[in-house]
Design a binder for this molecule. Structure first.
Ligand SMILES: [Zn+2]
Ligand SMILES: [Zn+2]
Length: 384
């Protein structure tokens, strides 16, 4: 499934600390525990009664199908690497030469890049000594740069990024369905289990399973809705956190490709396979500039720049490192070095002003839409 065209780091590089597999073991134990409770305390007793046997078989079938999908997605989340910057042998153009210092964006690079530092230089990672593609961030835990990094998730001992985001999204979806199914279909068994004739252990397991599935279900479903929101905005969790601290609002993602385009960017370009853990989005995860996104971006960026110009010109730009992330999720988004380090190699990066700075060379492309200088006048509708 994982093509060789994407060389991934070795097992030792990816999983240097076996102790960090403990959360993974915990999740697997949770899944196994809930499965066992649902089957032995709910499905098997139902099958012994002739009037509920048919329903029990139906529930057994659906429950196992959803659980199988959940497990496949979970293993893919753990073992599919989100992708990192190509190494020297593969593509030397990403190598950063410390002696030369950061270089300004080359014209051909500008065409394919949307993000740069405020100074107009290419973003680079001081740990990996590589130039960073758009949406790429360094993860402290993984000790490498992650393409289209969303967040680092300790529960899968992996980062969520370009190549495993689809599996992560589907994992949330199937977990929500599975927990919801346990909660609602097991309710009659829980009620029946409260009679005094029920053995204590059965009663305890039913209550425990119902509570645990309910708790997990609510948590994961909320998380799923958050990621549906992000998907529809064409944003990653890190970009959401950046926006939540900025002044540009959540409607100006540079990577918004419209309703279907955003779905395709996450779930792949085959609608029939959207809900299956196969056929992730195509591409290398190194460039996200498409014609659609660029046109949208230019319009939106024009407004963004204007806002920035009004609000930020009189004062020195705030450094992102001064404002720690307060972002939701599994609480691990802040592992991105970009957000935590005070080194200044990257904190000054900001999407909106740089969108403007990178527009020059392709201003020609958007002239049909009124060119970039007009974009900020608000007189034209975004082509969304
Ligand atoms: Zn790095
Ligand atoms: Zn990571």
């Amino acid at each position: 499934m994982i093509a060789d065209e994407f060389p991934t780091p070795s097992w030792e590089e990816r999983f240097p600390e076996p102790i960090k597999f403990l959360p993974v073991a915990f999740i697997l134990a949770l899944i196994a525990g809930l499965w066992w409770i649902y089957v032995t305390c709910h499905l098997l007793p139902m099958m012994q009664e002739s009037h509920s046997r048919g329903l029990a078989w139906l529930e057994l079938l659906i429950f196992h199908a959803v659980t199988a999908m959940l497990l496949v997605c979970y293993f893919l989340c753990v073992f599919v690497h989100p992708g990192t910057i190509p190494d020297k042998n593969e593509d030397p153009s990403w190598e950063y030469d410390e002696t030369e210092g950061p270089q300004p964006l080359a014209t051909d690079t500008v065409l394919s890049m949307q993000e740069s530092k405020r100074t107009g230089e290419r973003r680079h990672c001081k740990w990996c000594l590589k130039y960073k593609p758009d949406r790429c961030h360094h993860c402290r835990v993984c000790r490498m740069c992650i393409l289209k990094m969303d967040h680092h998730c300790p529960w899968i001992y992996n980062c969520v990024g370009f190549r495993n985001y689809k599996y992560f999204f589907l994992l949330l979806l199937y977990t929500s369905i599975d927990c919801g199914m346990i909660v609602f279909t097991m309710l009659p068994s829980v009620r029946a289990g409260t009679t005094p004739t029920t053995p204590f252990m059965t009663m305890f397991l039913l209550m425990f399973g119902e509570t645990l599935a309910g708790f997990l279900g609510v948590l994961v479903t909320l998380f799923l809705f958050f990621h549906i929101f992000l998907m529809q905005k064409g944003m990653t969790t890190i970009e959401f956190c950046e926006k939540s601290q900025g002044s540009s609002g959540f409607d100006s993602s540079a990577y918004d490709r419209g309703f279907v385009g955003n779905l395709v960017a996450v779930l792949g370009d085959q609608p029939l396979l959207w809900l299956l853990p196969v056929a992730p989005p195509k591409g290398r995860g190194l460039s996200f500039a498409s014609e659609d996104s660029r046109l949208t971006k230019d319009m939106e960026a024009g407004r963004g720049i204007r806002r920035h110009a009004h609000r930020e010109t009189p004062v020195a730009p705030k450094r992102r490192s001064e404002r720690p992330y307060h972002c939701g999720g599994t609480g691990s988004t802040g592992q991105s070095e970009d957000s935590l380090s005070g080194s200044g190699s990257d904190e000054a990066r900001s999407l909106e002003p740089d969108l403007g700075s990178s527009r020059g060379p392709h201003g020609r492309e958007v002239q049909g839409y009124g060119a970039t200088d007009d974009a900020g006048t608000g007189s034209r509708e975004s082509p969304k």
